[in-house]
Design a protein around this ligand. Structure first.
Ligand SMILES: [Fe+2]
Length: 435
């Protein structure tokens, strides 16, 4: 296949990219895979690890079980479990301090995206030191690149959402700036993801719904992102961003994750005992993670960070009620119908293909509303909030959300059409209520 330079005329680019890369986390998937953690720790030659674990998993005996596997392998460990759902700089700093007191030669993460992201930051800071903000993506943070690879990190996801086990990104909340952002570098990518569907059996339905909608958004945003060869060529390979735009390899992962979301998310939400549906959504999360870890997400995720960061009044069913917050998947999905209504004419065939993958069948007389309508149907069926109004926002909040989203320059660069503040304002107005 010859992939030429297919630049758009909307921006001044002296030379277009002609190269893309695929770097994927090693994956071990299947019922009972968690039992092989000990073998993997020994294979990696680890003697002493930090186990970063979601404390809510005590209730289901999962932490005891994983600790027994680590101990049986003859590996020493210390457990850190002061995880905050949606980590902040402060919660991450506590984790980093703990790791500084307990030197280790590797990390194991047991939990959802918040837990895995905490472990990634611990790994980064324990190897390279400095301040967390030094490494946060610009313009919010310093954008410093870790100078050398990190220690091994094995992830055992227990929810089917973030795909963090497969990505180079750690997301964090900066409350004083009322914004969510991240640290993004290829060295943050975990060494191995052990994805065991039996670990997700305990996830409440509301968490499965939000997490699954996040999986779908990772996949569909990646699939519909600006193609890699319409982006500017970096000056050096080191400057090539982790999010490179859609490409033929990332598309394979994204398409399959969209199809799995359409076939299995409703079932996974309806019945926690449906291990086929929950297991497939876990696999979809990891597959979408590989796709978006290469191609990148854009408009819905850019809006999601201020939507989750500005107001903390929403109480989501199924989540621990210790603080109000907007679960990440809901913060993303609420703007997806309007976002893809806007991007439709950048690539009509791909938008229709995404809708058909989600619906699992061909669509007669497709058009700009086909994909938004298919997304709204999925949202309604899994009990998602109908829009940003249901999350506590009204029209007067939109300028602040727009301002926060416009700061996500790294993500917005991946949108298939130019994104201005006016474009985002329209998308957010349409997203107050999707039905
Ligand atoms: Fe996400």
């Amino acid at each position: 296949m010859v992939i030429g330079n297919a630049g758009t005329s909307e921006e001044t680019v002296t030379e277009f990219e002609s190269v893309f890369t695929l770097e994927a986390t090693q994956l071990k998937f299947g019922a009972g895979a968690a039992e092989e953690l000990g073998w993997e720790l020994n294979r990696l030659g680890l003697a002493r690890v930090i186990l970063v674990a979601d404390p809510r998993l005590h209730e289901f005996g999962l932490i005891d079980r994983i600790e027994a596997i680590i101990a049986k392998a003859g590996v020493a460990f210390r457990r850190f479990e002061a995880i905050r759902v949606e980590p902040t700089i402060e919660s991450l700093a506590r984790a980093v301090d703990f790791c500084a007191e307990h030197p280790a030669d590797g990390f194991v993460a047991l939990g959802g995206g918040s837990t895995i992201d905490t472990a990634k930051v611990c790994n980064l800071m324990s190897v390279h030191g400095g301040r967390i903000m030094d490494y946060v993506n610009p313009p919010i943070g310093g954008g410093k690149k870790p100078p050398a690879p990190l220690q091994p990190l094995i992830c055992l996801p227990t929810t089917s959402g973030s795909g963090s086990e497969a990505t180079t990104v750690a997301i964090l909340d900066i409350p004083e700036l009322r914004v969510k952002t991240g640290i993004s570098h290829r060295y943050l990518r975990p060494t191995l993801a052990i994805v065991d569907p039996e670990l997700a059996r305990s996830t409440p339905a509301g968490v499965t719904a939000s997490a699954g909608l996040d999986v779908f958004c990772h996949a569909v945003e990646s699939y519909l992102s600006k193609p890699f060869n319409q982006r500017p060529r970096p000056n050096t390979p080191d400057e090539r961003p982790p999010y490179q735009g859609s490409n033929p390899v990332a598309d394979i992962w994204s398409r399959q994750a969209i199809a799995f979301s359409g076939r299995f998310l409703r079932r996974a939400v309806a019945d926690g005992g449906d291990t086929e549906a929950r297991g497939t959504m876990m696999l979809a999360a990891t597959m979408a993670g590989i796709g978006f870890g290469t191609a990148g997400v854009h408009i819905p995720h850019s809006c999601a960070y201020p939507i989750a960061g500005i107001r903390h009044s929403y109480h989501a069913p199924g989540y621990a009620p210790d603080h109000g917050f907007v679960p990440h998947g809901y913060s993303v999905i609420v703007t997806a119908p309007a976002a893809f209504r806007y991007t439709y004419d950048a690539a009509p065939e791909k938008h229709i293909a995404a809708a058909e993958l989600l619906l699992g069948c061909p669509v007669e007389n497709p058009g700009p509303e086909t994909l938004p309508a298919a997304i709204v149907a999925l949202m309604r069926d899994v009990g998602a909030p109908s829009g940003i109004a249901a999350l506590g926002y009204d029209e007067t909040d939109i300028p602040a959300i727009v301002a926060g989203a416009m700061r996500q320059t790294r993500l917005l660069a991946g949108a298939p059409k130019p994104v201005t503040a006016g474009v985002l304002e329209t998308i957010l107005l349409e997203s107050l209520q999707n039905w």
